[in-house]
Design a protein around this ligand. Sequence first.
Ligand code: ADP
Ligand code: MG
Length: 364
Amino acid sequence: MSTDVMIYASDLTKSYGSFRALDKVNFEVRRGEIVGFLGPNGAGKSTTMRILTCFIAPTSGKVRVHGFDVFEDPLPVRESLGYLPQRAPLYLELNVYEYLKFCADLRHLDADVFKRRAKSVVEVCGLAQVLTQDIRSLSHGYRQRVGLAQALIHDPPILILDEPTSDLDPNEKAEFLDYLKQIGRERTVLLSTHNLKEVEIACARAIIVSRGRVVADGQLDEIRARSGRVRYVVSVQESAADSPYRGKGTPPGQREVEDAFNKVAGVQKITELPTDERAHAYELTSEKDVDIRPDLFRMVADRGWVLLELHRDTQTLEDVFRHLTIGEERRNRQVGGAPPPPRDDEDEDDSDEDDDEDEDEKRP
Ligand SMILES: Nc1ncnc2c1ncn2[C@@H]1O[C@H](COP(=O)(O)OP(=O)(O)O)[C@@H](O)[C@H]1O
Ligand SMILES: [Mg+2]
């Protein structure tokens, strides 16, 4: 394995009882990459991250972080990592400085190193104004910045961030991503999210997981091109009392329009789109290397129908994501058909799943 591989997962499998949350997941993250770890809810993102950070053990498979095996060498793994769980585990009664000091003490940073590191993380996470404020009094956005600061306090080469922006408002999100971009210049980052815009802003590469499996892994452009299809939106005016069809063509019925589109060479799939009663609108897909617009236009014109709209887009990351993961999050992946077991949130691995209530005690 190259020394540049900072995170390595091979055939990573995790079962909760008979429910398989991860099923032979394979991926690598190299030094300096910021990788988006994408997937719908329940795909297995947090489970993967908890294994990488030594919070839970895999059922089988190999995982190395910074070259160390999570089973054999968990201590150097933890030293190499900064981890921000989905719910940042903060002590609300401490102020920001006290909390960072507490996290530094847990990691045995000596006083001088702490001072230097605190100065740097306070600056990079934009915390100078709130340093002596109790965490309880901070907004979600600031709390996430504090969470990020604790993940960075020991200057780890690798950061694992589990949906860090999911509770933030749009301004807070944008700010957080700015901080992340700065931080990511010198670090390897795995960022889980189901927000594709964030991945497009912050990452060059994404790994998409669905139902516990990796369904795509590559540079964003490669993933976008991957489905090899393009999409068209076309709408045709429907019959109406004051329609331009009077005395000219024949007003088309829905079935007629659909049949006509189906006959156009290259059309792969037709989906009706909602419209008012004046139009029939459809989404069509075709192969990437054919352009069916001329044939669509001619077909509509030959019949004397009125074309209201015709446009073509290549697939966005969102389309590909939906195509690869749609419906998957709800499907039961258990062999034998019984539903997944209730989550056992009391066990050792779930300290980060507590409700985010102010009164809750949090473990860092
Ligand atoms: N401690 C647990 N006990 C039982 N099932 C769990 C537990 N943790 C996660 N799961 C299940 O495993 C699947 C993956 O969960 P998770 O990794 O949290 O997904 P994601 O972070 O992608 O939303 C989900 O179906 C979830 O309900
Ligand atoms: Mg999760």
